[in-house]
Design a binder for this molecule. Structure first.
Ligand code: HEC
Length: 146
């Protein structure tokens, strides 16, 4: 292929891409903003904790957390092997604030809302959505032992 041919092809591509780009932008601009479209709507329902710590929460910690949060290996001083130890928290303070998942570090780290470095389980796959939701609901409902 000669040099002239190549530059013709390149120019053609640039023009084609430019045209597509322009028409897409033109279309977007011609659609009027719909004032009834809102960022979000209010939730028409209620999520309510109906579980039990011993049968629904501790088993999550036993399966996914205690290997790094036990008596021999308490990362950050945190043991998740019993209700009392969960409520005690880390060397630095509590990780469960009864009634508030947003204020509870434990809820934040399982939801992945803290930095990726301290997402829990550490370096493992995330908990399933319903396990995460159950932890959140348990905390929101007061983080009770029964
Ligand atoms: C593979 C080991 C490992 C597993 C499994 C693990 N953690 Fe951790 N966890 C750590 C380490 C390491 C830290 C300290 C992280 C840091 O401070 O950077 C930590 C810290 C924490 C903290 C304190 C965070 C803070 O900011 O003080 C909480 C809460 C926590 N883990 C909860 C959990 C929960 C809940 C699970 C199970 C869903 C879990 N961890 C599973 C290793 C682990």
């Amino acid at each position: 292929m000669k040099r002239g041919q190549l530059s013709t092809i390149v120019l053609g591509l640039v023009l084609a891409v430019g045209t597509v780009g322009c028409s897409a932008a033109g279309q977007a601009a011609s659609v009027p903003a719909n004032p009834s479209v809102q960022a979000d709507v209010s939730l028409k329902g209620e999520l309510r904790w109906t579980g039990n710590y011993a049968t629904d929460i501790q088993p999550i910690f036993d399966s996914y957390c205690v290997q790094c949060h036990n008596a021999q290996r308490p990362e950050n001083g945190l043991r998740l092997d019993s209700y009392d130890n969960v409520m005690k928290g880390t060397t630095y303070g509590k990780v469960v604030v009864p009634g508030s998942a947003p204020a509870s570090t434990l809820a934040q780290v399982v939801q992945g809302k803290a930095s990726e470095k301290i997402r829990m389980p550490h370096q493992g796959p995330r908990l399933s959505p319903n396990r995460i939701q159950n932890i959140v609901l348990w905390i929101e409902a007061g983080a009770k032992q029964d």
